[in-house]
Design a protein around this ligand. Structure first.
Ligand SMILES: CC(=O)N[C@H]1[C@@H](OP(=O)(O)OP(=O)(O)OC[C@H]2O[C@@H](n3ccc(=O)[nH]c3=O)[C@H](O)[C@@H]2O)O[C@H](CO)[C@@H](O)[C@@H]1O
Length: 359
């Protein structure tokens, strides 16, 4: 099996792709995997750090003024052309796209070369890149029922996000957990705002977190490079501040997560059944995090506070509601698990096998 995977931009697109690659490596003895992504975003360092071959392309999103859009189109055309030489050299059996604008030209080039193609849509609202190429793709994996409406039914399957599989397979790293200063004896609230962090939420958390009951310990993840100032201001024994956490390594001991509603975090917490308070980012395309969050709220697996309504009082009230009621946490856990797709990776790889046979 020779698998080319294209992904880029944020952890939400990159980590599911790496999770699938990890599962594929376990399943096929002689697999060759090549990743393609942006040469200047986090995948350019994160993917090689996970031990995978990576080829960078220079792309940019179709946003901003006419000049920027024209420049983005020219870059896309260039990525499309460069992909042909990557395909010629690597000769993949299948090309899988995890979204992000860099994926569109790569997926279209693979289609033009008659290589089996699969796209993975993590969100409840379909991303622009996936939408643009969907008609030409052979297989479409979705994570939310709602997305069936957007794609051709017979080539679309609701299989979930490979990070859900990672989440249930991850083992608790006690040494790492304790190295963060955390105690195994105290209830833990994890406050984390996706792979990039959020400066707007950090500002509110600085006021809100010190007012929380001191019987909880709080791990506050600020996002890269934001932790120094906040650490200085949040000097309390029960609050631990880091700029990044190996999230899956500690989830087993998280009683409540306060987080954005990025698709990958949503997939992880539903696979694990972690009770959550979701604060969807309003700064993402088509407000998709609100709709991701809403699915969990409708199934009584989570509470949602919109960023416009977020303040110290509301946060404290919701946190106390969940943390003081074990029965409520149990119900949230059960409802979250009902939404989870822990077999996502295996199910997606089964489909890749089917496609290879057809080819
Ligand atoms: C700001 C933005 O554009 N966010 C988008 C981005 O997700 P974004 O990367 O912001 O967030 P996600 O929740 O989807 O994924 C975050 C991933 O990073 C991991 N993690 C995060 C922080 C940390 O300290 N440690 C850690 O391990 C989480 O466990 C998770 O696996 O892509 C997602 C998938 O398309 C979208 O739903 C999000 O709307």
């Amino acid at each position: 099996m020779r698998m080319l995977i294209v992904t880029g931009g944020t952890g939400g697109h990159i980590y599911p792709a790496i999770a699938l690659a990890d599962a594929a490596k376990k399943r096929y003895q002689n697999i060759e995997i090549l990743f393609v992504g942006n040469d200047d975003r986090m995948e350019a360092t994160e993917i090689p750090a996970h031990g995978y071959a990576f080829k960078g392309l220079h792309a940019s999103g179709l946003t901003g003024n006419v000049f920027r859009k024209l420049k983005a189109l020219a870059l896309m055309a260039n990525c499309y052309r460069k992909t042909f030489s990557i395909l010629k050299e690597f000769q993949p059996d299948i090309v899988i796209g995890f979204g992000g604008y860099v994926s569109a030209p790569v997926m279209l080039a693979a289609h033009a070369k008659h290589i089996p193609t699969m796209i993975h849509e993590q969100n409840s609202i379909v991303g622009v890149a996936n939408k643009a190429v969907a008609d030409k793709m052979d297989a479409i994996v979705i994570c939310y029922e709602k997305c069936f409406e957007e794609f051709e039914r017979k080539k679309t399957r609701l299989l979930g996000n490979p990070r859900a599989t990672n989440a249930v397979q991850a083992s608790f790293d006690k040494e790492y957990f304790c190295s963060l200063g955390l105690s195994l004896e105290k209830p833990l609230i994890l406050v984390v705002m996706g792979s990039l962090g959020s400066t707007s939420i950090n500002a509110i958390m600085k006021d809100a977190l010190p007012s929380l009951d001191e019987s909880y310990q709080i791990l506050f993840v600020t996002g890269k490079n934001n932790d120094k100032e906040i650490k200085k201001e949040l000097r309390k024994d029960n609050i631990f501040v880091v700029d990044y956490v190996k999230q899956l390594a500690i989830m087993e001991h998280v009683d409540l997560i306060v987080c954005r509603a990025g698709a990958t975090t949503a997939a992880e917490i539903t696979a694990l059944g972690t009770p959550s308070i979701l604060i969807p980012s309003p700064y993402v395309a088509h407000n998709h995090q609100f709709y991701n969050a809403n699915v969990l709220v409708e199934h009584k697996a989570a509470f949602m506070i919109e960023e416009k309504d977020l303040n110290a009082d509301i946060l404290k009230q919701k946190i106390d509601l969940v943390m003081t009621n074990a029965q409520l946490r149990e119900e949230m856990k059960k409802n979250a698990l009902a939404l989870g797709k822990p077999n996502a990776s295996e199910d997606i790889l089964d489909w890749c096998d089917e496609m290879k046979k057809v080819k």
